[in-house]
Design a protein around this ligand. Sequence first.
Ligand SMILES: [Ca+2]
Ligand SMILES: [Ca+2]
Length: 257
Amino acid sequence: MLNPDCKIVGFEFLISGAQISSVETLVSSELFTFGTTVSTTDNRVAALSQVPQFLIKQYSPFPLLRIYFSALTGEEICISEIVDVVNEDYHGVLTASGPCISAAPEEASISGSVAWPESCGDRAMVIQMRDTETGITEYTMATTLAANGAFSTSTMLPGSYDVRFKVAGALAQLFLNVAIGAGVNSFELSALQLGDINGDNVVNVSDISLLNASWASQVGDPSYNLVADLSCDGVVNLVDVSLLNTTFGFSGAVFGM
Ligand SMILES: [Ca+2]
Ligand SMILES: [Ca+2]
């Protein structure tokens, strides 16, 4: 609301693009008390002050009402018609409404990179997003770590999240309490710790067993397991055992309680 020329005692307008359910007054009752009625059948909001109160002149726009809606019915939410705004003499005054607002929720996505040998090629990756307020894991997104070390996700709602990255064969990394805003959000992962061949986020004897199962195999062999080929040189051998030993006993990040 902006009323630099006259005091206001009442107003009535229609909303399009959303099915409104209720309104809340945002003006202090010490300044101005008005009874508000809402017609949900035609999305009408009307208000009239209690005599002898009026809304004093406002020289910059200020929030008057918060309008709650139960459903979106269009791509934009608009004040489709201002029926009237009435001044202290109960005369109608000149009115205009601002632009419509988009009804589409804002969307965010993640894009990131990590140091990754090109010889390792594409690798499966899972990104999980846990809402920091509710503790609910809102998104579990399967994506691909590309041979150049880049990855990205589909869209999500902006918010505050704990974000967990798990690349197949590597231990998970966790970023806590990240503000994910509209648009692309960038992440830089630290060096991946390889050796989690069975994918349980721990490097232990189970992974050694799987490495043994593809021992001396090469790319194309039925027993070749690319996740066991930690060095990405196309063969599973002692080099890979040495690499696995550097992370043996380590475990990756998990969402805490
Ligand atoms: Ca493991
Ligand atoms: Ca190897």
